[in-house]
Design a protein around this ligand. Structure first.
Ligand SMILES: [Fe+2]
Length: 156
C-alpha cells in the first residue's frame, strides 16, 4: 500500500484549492457565494491541520522555525481576508477584487511552502516520520472539517 509522505498530501490539496479559486474568480452571485463556502471548507481544515501537525513539528527546529513563523502569519492573513469576503455579498463592487487578492495571497503562500519550507522540512523529517505526519494530518483535517461543516449547518 502506498503510504504518502505529508508533502504529497499537502501538495494535492494545494492543487485542489487552486482549482477552486479558478472557479471562484470566474463565478458571480449565488454561484460565487457557494464556491466561497467550498473554499472555506477546504482551506480552513487544511491550514489548521497543517499548523497542528506539520508546523508544530517544525517550529522548534532552527532550520525551519523562521519559515513556520512566516507561514503562520500568512495563515492568519488568509483567514482574516476569507472571513471578510464571507461577510460580503458577491454583488458588492469590491467582492471580485478582494477575491482576487485572496487567491493571489494563497497562491504565493503555497509557492513559498512548497518551494522553501518543504525542502527544509525534508532535512528535518525522515521519510517514516513524514508518513506518520501525513496520517496525523488527515485525522486532524477531517476533525476540523466536521467541525466547520457543523458550524455552516448551524448558521444556515
Ligand atoms: Fe500553509
Amino acid at each position: 500500500m502506498h503510504r504518502p509522505e505529508i508533502y504529497e498530501l499537502l501538495a494535492r490539496e494545494h492543487e485542489e484549492l487552486d482549482e477552486l479559486f479558478h472557479e471562484l474568480l470566474a463565478a458571480k452571485g449565488k454561484l460565487a457565494a457557494g464556491l466561497l463556502t467550498r473554499v472555506r471548507l477546504k482551506l480552513v481544515p487544511h491550514s489548521r491541520a497543517e499548523e497542528a501537525v506539520f508546523y508544530l513539528r517544525l517550529q522548534d527546529d532552527e532550520r525551519t522555525a523562521e519559515k513556520v513563523r512566516v507561514g503562520l502569519a500568512e495563515h492568519r492573513q488568509v483567514e482574516a481576508l476569507l472571513d471578510e469576503l464571507l461577510a460580503m455579498s458577491p454583488r458588492d463592487d469590491n467582492w471580485a477584487a478582494r477575491a482576487r487578492v485572496l487567491a493571489d495571497m494563497v497562491g504565493r503562500h503555497v509557492d513559498e511552502e512548497e518551494g522553501e519550507l518543504f525542502p527544509l522540512a525534508k532535512r528535518v523529517l525522515d521519510p517514516q516520520e513524514a508518513q506518520r505526519l501525513a496520517a496525523a494530518f488527515e485525522t486532524e483535517r477531517d476533525r476540523v472539517w466536521e467541525y466547520i461543516l457543523g458550524e455552516q449547518r448551524g448558521a444556515a
